[in-house]
Design a protein around this ligand. Structure first.
Ligand code: IPE
Ligand code: IPE
Ligand code: MG
Length: 246
């Protein structure tokens, strides 16, 4: 396999971890077995990101719309999340990984919230990598929340309409202290965003692989990163401006 260029790594990788259910179905298993196997891919991608020195990793673990799923599946996902968080604490501490979360986390079951906040607190001083879990997350809901909070600040005379810029609006999002993703990976071959980081992915490079999430391990991840390194990010400029800056 070609070598990765350590100087051209994305600063922030975001992942839509999709395909657990189909992975299980293909094997004649219950969907929950797919979610359980998917946790191993999470470990692999977190470890690899840390080894490579990627600073920000954001994983879409549960969408606002996923609450619509059958009760037993939601419950199983919450239990898995709770167990995953508890099991990973030591590794996060050993490797300088800070945990963060985005989304309407107040909707999560109380025991999951407790674990989540405990680990966020215990890893708060870690500086090597920030692992952000998107939980009960929806991009549109995030923008609605931002609009409401901005209006509240205007009502209280803390903000003036003229002061609203892209930067200022970004500060009202859950991701206020996270840079925009450079690379967005979606597994399982769906060509859609499913309400993930709508504002933040304006200029993100998108990589879609048919690999189902439980089969997405280090090798597949490195392939995605290699593909990213071959892209020319133009941000609206011409290719010539990028290769020969004036
Ligand atoms: C992703 O796998 C996990 C979550 C959305 C929580 P899915 O459960 O969506 O798997 P598919 O898409 O049904 O295969
Ligand atoms: C997106 O996957 C959400 C997560 C990966 C957590 P879904 O499986 O929920 O997305 P759709 O329904 O196929 O768009
Ligand atoms: Mg899915």
């Amino acid at each position: 396999m070609e070598q990765l260029n350590p100087h051209k790594l994305p600063r922030h990788v975001a992942v839509i971890m999709d395909g657990n259910g189909r992975w299980a179905k293909k094997k004649g298993l219950d969907r929950i077995a797919g979610h359980r196997k998917g946790v191993e891919s999470v470990r692999d991608v977190v470890r690899t990101s840390r080894e490579l020195g990627i600073k920000w990793l954001t994983l879409y673990a549960f969408s606002e719309e996923n609450w619509k799923r059958p009760k037993y599946e939601v419950k199983a996902l919450m239990n898995l999340l709770n167990r995953y968080l508890k099991a990973e604490l030591n590794e996060m501490l050993d490797n300088g990984i800070r945990l963060a979360c985005i989304g309407q986390t107040e909707k999560l079951p109380p025991d999951v919230q407790r674990t989540l906040w405990q680990i966020i607190e215990k890893t708060a001083h870690n500086k090597e990598m920030t692992l952000t879990l998107a939980l009960s997350y929806g991009g549109r809901q995030e923008i609605v929340e931002a609009a409401k909070n901005m209006l509240r600040d205007i009502e209280k005379n803390r903000l003036n309409v003229k002061q609203i810029t892209e930067e200022r609006l970004s500060k009202y999002l859950y991701t206020s202290d996270i840079p925009d993703p450079d690379l967005l990976i979606r597994t399982s071959g769906e060509y859609r965003i499913s309400n993930f980081l709508l504002w933040q992915i304006a200029y993100t490079e998108i990589y879609i692989t048919p690999t189902l999430w439980p089969d997405f391990h280090k090798e597949r991840y490195l392939e995605a990163l290699l593909d990213y390194q071959k892209r020319e990010r133009r941000f609206g400029s011409t290719g010539e401006q990028i290769t020969r800056p004036t």
